[in-house]
Ligand binder design. Structure first.
Ligand code: SF4
Length: 440
């Protein structure tokens, strides 16, 4: 038995990839461990969305490289967006690395692993994915309640700050039959939540040129499957949220009433500089359509503070948007220049680190306020939640759950278990979570 340790940085797509890597390697006798030092094969699955994540990957390789000096039989691998972006450069910076594979090469692992076991140094990075049925490969899922299904990979949008189209390539949708089969397997295995993943999930099907292959229709098909489970989808691109998609979410009782729709900036000039294909007003229209349709819906977003050339007034538009749209929560980040991107070349417009981080701090403060305000709205309402874990606090069993609208809800009830759906009357709100009691 050989031990495998995978460190995963970045988004849910990377986490899902790591589950697939662990599954494939299990067929070659690798069992996952959480203890780095006891592993025979160490893999870092990297993210390059911000410089900090990329630096973290190289620093981890540096530590593992030192271990290899005393344990030459130790194998080290790197995959994900940094590997895809830096290609052979990874080997220049860390020549002791045994395996470098790109975001398109995961399903090539069966042959790659054999080669590194024969002491070959391997680098496999292609710009096109290996064509295969992903259901032919084992997946070792980390969570016992939620299971991810990547339905579309890559992105065609080329937002000027984003490296994803360069690291994940152009959009490629999986065949609906393959996704439905994976969903059936997941339900059979007892999972209670399916999250459909895509960098731009509502672009699903566009690359197939078949008008019937859409996210809306996929949700309708998945909703027909038997079993007690619910469905989510992330991440949405604002102008790709069609009326048909909103109808499908409404029609399908298993689909969560939750939308994650990155706005990135509340100012139309900055949105245009970012090459986002919508104005502030168009974003407002989408949000109001969704809010008018669903009572307990939550809408979350992402924002960047300090995009090149952003003025103080333009930044204030972002703070105003969070208030006016009553956004429930937002992920926030200071602008980080990335290689290959258009914005990364706008060096004459870069703001100082001081300005960016001061704006980020104000953005975070606004986000805290917005989250508390949103949570307070739910006090007195009943939310259907799915229990994700149990903890003991002050001698009492506390169930940690997630509502249909993605709100975190804690409650006490020793008769409930992980994987149960429960109706909870919300009694108390805090900034990041809600508390309540079960009701019939
Ligand atoms: S939509 Fe824009 S931000 Fe999102 S992955 Fe594509 S290029 Fe990046």
């Amino acid at each position: 038995m050989k031990k495998l340790y995978i460190e995963t940085l970045g988004c849910q797509m990377n986490k899902s990839d790591s589950e697939r890597i662990a599954g494939i390697l299990s067929d070659f006798g690798y069992v996952e461990t959480t203890v780095e030092k006891e592993a025979d094969l160490l893999i870092i699955n990297t993210c390059s969305i911000r410089q900090l994540s990329a630096d973290k990957a190289y620093s981890k390789l540096g530590v593992w490289g030192k271990w290899k000096k005393t344990r030459p039989e130790l194998k080290i691998g790197i995959c994900g967006c940094v590997a895809q972006q830096d290609k052979e450069k990874v080997r220049q910076r860390a020549p002791y690395v045994d395996l470098v594979f790109g975001t398109h090469n995961i399903y090539e692992l069966p042959s790659l692993i054999k080669r590194i076991e024969e002491d070959e140094k391997v680098c496999s990075i292609t710009t096109k994915p290996i064509v295969c049925n992903q259901n032919d490969f084992k997946i070792i899922r980390k969570d016992s309640v939620n299971a991810w299904i990547p339905i579309i990979e890559g992105c065609n949008n080329f937002c000027t700050y984003c490296v994803v189209p360069f690291t994940r390539g152009r959009e490629r949708s999986r065949a609906p039959e393959e996704i439905i089969q994976e969903a059936k397997n997941i339900i059979k295995d007892g999972f209670k939540e399916i999250t459909l993943l895509g960098q731009n999930v509502d672009s699903y099907g566009k690359d197939t040129n078949s008008p019937d292959i859409t996210l809306a229709n996929l949700l309708r098909e998945l909703n027909k499957l038997d079993g007690e489970f619910r469905i989510r989808f992330v991440t949405s691109y604002p102008s790709d949220i069609t009326d048909d998609l909103i109808d499908a979410v409404d029609e399908c009782d298993k689909v969560c009433k939750y939308f994650h729709i990155p706005m990135q900036s509340g100012n139309s000039r900055i949105l245009s500089e970012m090459n986002r294909r919508y104005t502030k007003e168009e974003y407002y229209t989408i949000v109001s359509k969704i809010r008018n349709r669903f009572a307990n819906v939550a809408i979350t977003s992402d924002f960047i503070a300090g995009f090149p050339g952003e003025t103080e007034e333009e930044f204030i538009d972002t703070l105003k948007a969070i208030d006016e749209l009553e956004l429930d929560y937002s992920n926030t980040a200071a602008y980080s220049p990335r290689v290959f991107t258009k914005a990364g070349k706008m060096t004459d417009k870069f703001l100082s680190e001081e300005v960016k981080y001061e704006r980020l701090e104000r953005l975070n403060e606004k986000n805290r306020e917005a989250s508390l305000k949103s949570n307070e709205k739910f006090v007195g309402r009943i939310l259907n939640v799915l229990v994700e874990s149990k903890t003991i606090k002050d001698g009492k069993v506390v169930l940690n759950s997630r509502a249909d609208n993605n709100k975190i809800v804690h409650f006490e009830d020793s008769s409930k278990n992980v994987g149960d759906f429960v109706n909870i009357k919300i009694t108390k709100a805090q900034t990041w979570c809600l508390f309540g009691n079960p009701v019939d």
